[in-house]
Ligand binder design. Sequence first.
Ligand SMILES: [Zn+2]
Length: 82
Amino acid sequence: MHAFWFVTLAFGVVASIIAFGKGRNSLGWFVAGTFIGPFALIVAFLPPIEREGMFARCPSCREVIRADAGTCRYCHTALIPA
Ligand SMILES: [Zn+2]
C-alpha cells in the first residue's frame, strides 16, 4: 500500500512541476496528478490551447463564448466581462 501512495504522490509532484514550468496553477495540478495520475500528466504536457477562464457561458442563451466578449455572438446580449 505504501508503494501505491508513493507512486500517486510522485504523479502529483511531477504534474505540479510541469504546471509550474508552464506558469499554470501548480497546486491544482498537484491535486489533479494525485487523483488522476497519468491522465493529468498527459494533459499537463499538452500545449495550453484553451486556457482556464478563457471561455464562459452566456447568461442569457447558455452558449459557450469567450470570457472577455463584450457581446454574445449567438444572442447578441451585452455582457459584462468577468
Ligand atoms: Zn447568448
